[in-house]
Design a protein around this ligand. Structure first.
Ligand code: SAM
Length: 335
């Protein structure tokens, strides 16, 4: 079992590190579900439809979504908002135990909270990070290039893209690579010598000699899919599948159904079933395990791990206990 459970004989103390808290399973999800579904004041969350649902299908929504995220990242441009996901390599140890020069695609990188621990955790790993917000990409670059991580400027690249609309650029995996990743004689980045494979700059300055990187070994989708409208999720996941090498892993973490932040949304913030829009225009979907399974297995992935992480945290200001629910998933592209 991946989660580190609290030992009931050891009381949870303030001294307990944030890292440990992130790995805890403090309550049973089924118990929470029963409680929530029997609370009449929360009934509006379960109604099948709410009136603004048509908003999802507007063709201009993609730029609207990106604009909302741009504004979000502009508002939170100070380093204070940045929180490195220190628990990431504990949740996904494959990112540390993988081969030298493995390639990671961090989708919806925000200000670099996920990219940073990956680069820190493995000296020769390569991280390509994308976001639909140019503001986010600027923040991520600033933060990551300011660290003293070994040869980080050679191992980290950002690019702008809304993966749910335009898909990923072909330099990640060209059409041929997408068909046959291991085809010999194909002049793509996967044929590079070890030295060059360790340096993204060499690839980008190779003046078209190499049509693509030959796909990636890992995709991290950490609190990003929930920001994509539900009807665009299948396309977004299919895109991830297409650039991942056979045997590659997609590492997933996102908001879970009945997370405290879902229950706090007022009725008028509902834009669909389990979909909400914040006042700033950014969206959030709350996943149950079946939805995640259907989406990823439906795209061709094999499920390796899928579970709720249920963590109790305490609001420092008012001392109130908050029940957080996240979904942890690990999916593999069949070889
Ligand atoms: C909650 S942040 C998560 C950031 C990061 N993955 C992390 O672990 O902290 C979600 C990010 O996804 C980006 N995003 C939302 N929709 C996207 C899309 N369709 N394509 C690419 N990025 C998207 C947002 O701009 C935002 O930076």
């Amino acid at each position: 079992m991946r989660c580190v459970f609290h030992n009931p004989t050891i009381p949870k103390t303030k001294a307990m590190s944030t890292e440990t808290e992130y790995h805890s399973k403090d309550f049973e999800w089924d118990q929470l579900r029963e409680e929530i579904e029997n609370d009449p004041s929360l009934r509006y969350h379960f109604q099948l439809s709410s009136q603004p649902e048509t908003i999802q299908f507007s063709p201009s929504l993609s730029s609207h979504d990106s604009q909302a995220w741009d504004n979000f990242h502009t508002r939170h441009s100070t380093g204070k908002f940045f929180k490195e996901r220190r628990y990431l390599l504990k949740e996904f140890p494959e990112l540390a135990s993988c081969d030298e020069n493995s390639k990671v695609l961090e989708v919806g990188c925000g200000n670099g909270s996920t990219a940073l621990p990956i680069l820190r955790g493995k000296e020769r790993i390569i991280v390509c990070a994308c976001d639909c917000s140019t503001e986010a990409l600027e923040r991520a670059k600033e933060l990551i290039y300011a660290t003293n991580i070994v040869s980080v400027s050679h191992r980290f690249r950002t690019f702008h893209c809304d993966f749910s609309v335009s898909g990923f650029p072909k330099w990640l995996a060209c059409n041929l690579c997408q068909e046959i990743f291991s085809k010999k004689g194909h002049n793509c980045f996967s044929d590079f010598s070890d030295k060059m494979r360790n340096d993204l700059n060499d690839f980008f300055s190779s003046e078209g000699n190499y049509c693509c990187m030959g796909g990636v070994d890992f995709i991290t989708l950490i609190f990003t899919l929930s920001a994509v409208p539900l009807h665009r999720m299948p396309t977004a996941i299919a895109e991830c599948f297409s650039v991942l090498k056979p045997g590659g892993l997609l590492l997933f973490r996102d908001y879970g159904l009945y997370d405290m932040t879902m229950l706090r949304f007022e009725p008028e913030k509902r834009v669909g079933f389990r979909e909400y829009m914040r006042s700033d225009g950014t969206r959030s979907y709350f996943f149950c395990l079946d939805t995640v399974r259907d989406l990823f297995v439906g795209a061709g992935f094999t499920e390796l791990e899928l579970e709720y992480c249920c963590v109790k945290t305490v609001n420092r200001r008012n001392g109130k206990s908050m029940r957080r629910v996240w979904v942890h998933g690990k999916f593999q592209k069949p070889t």
